[in-house]
Structures are given as C-alpha cells and as structure tokens.
Design a protein around this ligand. Structure first.
Ligand code: ADP
Length: 460
C-alpha cells in the first residue's frame, strides 16, 4: 500500500475515533442536561401544587386552580394528589382515566418526607415522575405526584443523534479527501527524487538530485543521496584511473620486452648477444611479475583479511622487518637500527601486517642514502599499538604527503624505476592497515627524512 494511502487511512481512522468520543460525550451531556431541566420544571410544578395546597384552599378549589394553571390535558394526565396511604384522592368533577403509578420506593421515600424522581412507562410512553410528600406538623398530609412526558426530550436527543450520524461520516470523508491531497503534495518531491535517481547511471554519476531549498527532511535526504553520488563518482573515477595506470604500468615492460626480442630477431646474433637479450627479457618479465603480484596483493588487502582475526604479537614482525631492512641496507650503506620496542598484541592477519611493515622499511632504506639511518620503534598509546619507521633520507614535500598513498604514484619516476618500485607499496600497506581498523600516516617531524606511522587497535 502506498504511503499516501496509508497516511490518509491512519488519520481518517484517528479522526473518526476522536469524533465518536466527542459525539458520545456530547450526547451524554445533552441527555443529562435535558433531564436536569425536566426535573427542575417538575419540581416547580410540584412546588406550585404544594404552595397552593398550603394556602388552605379546599380540594375542589385546588382542582380548579391547578387545571387552570397547568392546562386541562396536562393536569388530567400528569398531576395526581394522593392521601398519605397512597390512595388517589377522589377528584371533581369526574374521576381520572388512569392513575400515575405509586411505586414502593416512592412510597417509602414519601413516608420519610423525601422526594422521588422516577422514569417509568405510562400509557405506552416514557414519563418522568416526581413524588413529593406535603408535610404539616411533621406528618405527611398529602402526596403530590407530577409527571411529564419524555417525548420532547427524546425527540431532541434523536435529532441530535441523527445529526451526528450524518455529520461524523461527512467530516471524516472531507478530512480524508483533504488529507489525501496534502499527502500527495507533500510526497510529490519523493516521486521526483525517485525518478531523478533512476535516471542516474554509472556513466553519469556527476548528475545530482534537485533540492527544493526548503531545508526539510526531503532536502536532507536529497543532500545525503547527493553526497553518496559524489562518493560513488569519486570511487568510479579512481577505479578508471587505476585501471589506466595499471595498464600503463604493464605496457611499459611489455613494450621493452617486445622491442628487445624484435631487435634480436632482425639479424643473426652471436650467442653472447642472445644471452644479453634473454637476460634483459628476464628482467622485464620479473618486473611484470612484481607488478602483477602487487596488484593481486592490493586487491586482496582492500577486500580485508580472509582468515579469522587471530591475536598476534607485533614484536616478532618488527624484528623480521628489521632483518629485511638490514639486508637491503648492506648494498646502500644506510644504517638500520632498532629503537625502543614495547610488547604489543593486535588482532589480524600476521602475514598481511608483516607485509605492510616491510613495505615501509623497504621504502625507508630505498630513499635513504649512505650514512643515513633508519629507525624502527614500537610503542603503545591510548589503546593503540604504534609502529613507526623513521629515516633521515630524501624526505617528502608536505604537498605530496597524501598523494604518495595512491596506487602508482612515484615522486621521482627515474629514481623509482632504477630502484625497481612499482608505486604500489604504500597503497598496499595502507589498505592492509585500514582493513585491520587502523591508520597509516606520514608524520610531520622536525629534521630531514620522513616518518611513517602505523596505528592499530590493541587486542583486548
Ligand atoms: P614505490 O614502489 O615507488 O616505493 P610506494 O607506494 O612504496 O611506491 O611509494 C610511493 C612514493 O612515495 C615513492 O615513489 C617515493 O617517491 C615516496 N616515498 C615512499 N617512502 C618514502 C620515504 N621513506 N622517503 C622518501 N620518499 C618516499
């Protein structure tokens, strides 16, 4: 069911409930107040009879007076004088047709000198009766009964009920129609957004969903969707650039390989020349394999660790990285040393984390000239294990601090090719660390060189 229909049904049902409650309450109040009015007027008439009687008029005078006062018909039907035992008083000039009933309850009350109001059926109609004793010298001398038909009050109530029966459904119907119009108007921007979102495909992610400018929930939804589109757009752009970079990276050694083989085939060569061509082909093939392996590693690291996250001590991994650094530094003359190392354990994949640490050490040695130092440290701070590789090498300009983590970014292409980097080392390291819930950043440090820091949440 559509939201619009659901909303309309809901508030129509609520409105109907409210109107029914109000209707029945007002009906009860009306009935009560009609009854009060009726009782008050019965009281007045009874009082008149009572007062007339106490004026000591004799009984036939009383009849005449009351008949004149109340009208012959009402008087005949609804006024009755009883003696203290409840017997109707013989009345002049003719006896009445049917006496008002004198109930046991009214009788008991009258004996005590109390008034009684009752609703009874008399002559096939509902009648309200007041029974009032007339007391003289502490004795009940007469009992006055006055009645009044409930017909009029019932007519008023019936008409009020009929009005409610017509007006309540009419009101609910009108409210439902109005509500449906408002709901449709309020939800129209949602339809527009749906249509706009449907139009946007992977090819035109730069399109955005229109905003109303009202700063309401729907505008915020549009903003959120636009934010998501912007991130998707950026992700797609990065993916395309990555694919182009990867193709370029693979094409360079393949072109070199092809060129070498073509030149070798152009004429007949000596065995030594063939050996040279094969040796350089092998180098190109090695390079291709390295790029392919790094690409594989990067995609695996981005997908996150496959194995269950075991608790691993970082110290042995630091020592492994130190060993690698020392071995690599033998050719360059840099000095690789171990700084303070505190025991720290994290959860994750030790192979991957070792790889990330080795990448940093490899870089530090690669970009540090003879006489420089590379220092590895491990400490814990604020629930994090912090591994840092600090070198006194060529350093990195602040402007490049973020860029170097992107795939295939090399700050000095000539040097990188010479040192054999694929430009994927830092991207792989960062992917691995992010997949472990940590961070990898280039720290701002005084002095020459650079300092890369891996922070990982400590295992509990
Ligand atoms: P590469 O395979 O080229 O080393 P990386 O992703 O590991 O690729 O590094 C990207 C670039 O960042 C490198 O080409 C280099 O210019 C720069 N870089 C990385 N580490 C250091 C460092 N310790 N000192 C100076 N430059 C560095």
């Amino acid at each position: 069911m559509r939201i619009r229909t659901r909303l309309t049904l809901w508030y129509s049902a609520i409105l109907l409930g409210i109107l029914l409650v109000i209707g029945s309450l007002s009906y009860s109040v009306l009935r009560w107040s009609l009854m009060q009015d009726l009782d008050a007027s019965l009281m007045t008439v009874a009082q008149v009879v009572h007062d007339t009687r106490s004026d000591d008029a004799d009984d036939s005078d009383l009849d005449t007076i009351l008949r004149n006062l109340l009208g012959p018909e009402s008087y005949e039907r609804f006024v009755q004088l009883l003696d203290p035992d409840g017997r109707p008083r013989p009345r002049a000039p003719e006896p009445r047709a049917s006496a008002l009933p004198f109930s046991a309850q009214a009788q008991a009350n009258a004996r005590r000198g109390a008034n009684t109001f009752e609703t009874i059926t008399h002559d096939r109609e509902q009648v309200r009766i007041l029974t009032m004793p007339i007391v003289e010298d502490k004795h009940v001398v007469r009992i006055v009964q006055v009645g009044s038909s409930l017909g009029r009050a019932q007519g008023v109530l019936r008409r009020y009920f009929e009005t409610l029966v017509v007006l309540i459904p009419l009101g609910v119907g009108l409210a439902a129609a109005g509500g449906a119009v408002i709901a449709r108007k309020a939800l129209r921007p949602v339809d527009a957004m749906t249509a706009a979102a449907r139009r946007i495909t992977a090819e035109d992610l730069h399109q955005r969903i229109g905003r109303q400018g009202t700063q309401d929930e729907l505008d915020r939804l549009a903003e959120t969707l636009n934010g998501m589109l912007a991130r998707l757009d950026e992700a797609f752009r990065q993916m395309r650039r990555f694919a182009a970079d990867a193709a370029h990276e693979l094409r360079t050694p393949l072109t070199a390989l092809k060129g070498g083989i073509e030149v070798a085939l152009r004429a007949s060569r000596t065995p030594e020349e063939y050996r040279q061509v094969l040796a350089s082909s092998l180098e190109d093939a090695d390079r291709l394999i390295r790029v392919a392996e790094d690409l594989l590693l990067l995609s695996r690291a981005a997908a996150g660790p496959e194995m269950p996250r075991l608790r691993i001590e970082l110290e042995p991994l630091v020592l492994e990285a130190l060993e690698l650094g020392t071995r690599l530094a033998q050719g360059t003359g840099a000095h690789v040393k171990l700084g303070p190392v505190a025991p720290a354990a994290v959860r994750g994949d030790s192979g991957a984390l070792g790889r990330a640490m080795r990448n940093l050490v490899e870089n530090a040695v690669k970009y540090t000239a003879a006489g420089g130092t590379v220092e590895l440290t491990l400490r814990t701070a604020a629930g994090q294990a912090v591994f840092a590789v600090k070198d006194t090498g060529i350093g990195i300009a602040p402007a490049d601090a973020e860029r170097i983590f992107e795939p295939f970014v090399r700050l000095d292409a000539a040097r990188a090719r010479e040192t054999g980097g694929t430009g994927l080392g830092l991207a792989i390291a960062r992917s691995i660390v992010l997949a472990h819930g940590g961070t990898l950043a280039l720290e701002r440090e005084p002095g020459p060189g650079s300092c890369f820091v891996i922070s990982l949440p400590l295992a509990s």
